[in-house]
Design a protein around this ligand. Structure first.
Ligand SMILES: [Zn+2]
Length: 265
């Protein structure tokens, strides 16, 4: 969730895609991750005019918006007034958009179409979610410099909830090497799967050099040291439900109450 983010900056985040054994060896040789825990504001370093998962406060003055998934804590400020404002500005000469996955787009259309018949125009699912697909070039207006810049954006499936994605930004910097920025949003990637993710590796299969990562750390605590993999979690739910159903002939229904809010605003 946005309140539990760390900003990670380092030369090389390759540790993330090593398997357990190599990771331990690697740790002895080099660890130079600079981490800063802070509430995530929606703004990203090196990407002026871009907002991720926050549509309130100063973010409202930004040019392009990215929504990783449709959980309410990632949609703060994404309300009727935001859409009204966006439509008003877009009717002049700007072209603000909300970039998200096709599933998130469907959720947003369902939420806003009763009031805004043209809502589809402002929500873009043009960044493919297919693994290995080429990035999409997004033009962003930098207000301070009063000029546009281009950023390549790739969606990486986050496997957190339907339609959830991470955003990988690559921006050319004049006179410097390109800046590669990963915004994870909420994600549920298991370490077995991580080394196979094409979008986080080079064509040679090497882990991508990421300059800055905005990392969701909701479960990065001692309390969750033994975090079950998805299959274990499914099995536990299955066991719980079947034991309840079998308990006696009267138990036909099971109501599972989860803490995560999946409502649409
Ligand atoms: Zn979420």
């Amino acid at each position: 969730m946005p309140g539990n983010y760390v900003y990670v900056s380092q030369e090389d985040l390759s540790l993330l895609s090593l398997d357990e054994k190599n990771r331990k060896n690697e740790k002895r040789e080099k660890i130079y991750i600079k981490m800063q825990g802070r509430p995530f504001t929606g703004q990203l370093l090196h990407l002026p005019g871009v907002s991720c998962d926050n549509f309130s406060g100063e973010n409202r003055n930004n040019d392009q918006f990215f929504l990783s998934h449709c959980h309410t804590d990632h949609m703060i400020g994404l309300d009727v007034n935001f859409i009204k404002d966006m439509r008003r500005k877009n009717s002049v000469k700007v072209n603000h958009k909300i970039f998200c996955s096709p599933i998130s787009k469907a959720f947003l259309i369902n939420k806003f179409q009763p009031q805004f018949k043209d809502i589809k125009r402002f929500i873009s699912d043009e960044i493919p979610i297919t693994e290995g697909a080429p990035p999409v070039v997004v033009r962003v207006f930098d207000k301070k410099k009063s000029e546009f810049y281009k950023v390549n954006v790739t969606c990486v499936k986050a496997e957190h909830c339907p339609g959830s994605v991470m955003f990988l930004f690559e921006k050319e910097e004049t006179g410097q090497k390109n800046k590669v920025i990963l915004y994870t949003g909420d994600f549920r990637l298991e370490h077995i799967r991580l080394p196979t993710l094409k979008d986080l590796h080079t064509s040679a299969g090497e882990p991508l050099k990421i300059d800055i990562m905005y990392l969701d750390t909701t479960f990065c605590s001692k309390e969750y040291e033994k975090f079950p993999i998805r299959d274990e979690a499914i099995q536990a739910i299955w066991d719980l439900v079947s034991s309840w159903i079998k308990k006696n002939g009267k138990n036909h229904f099971t109501y599972l109450s989860v803490s995560q809010c999946h409502r649409m605003g």
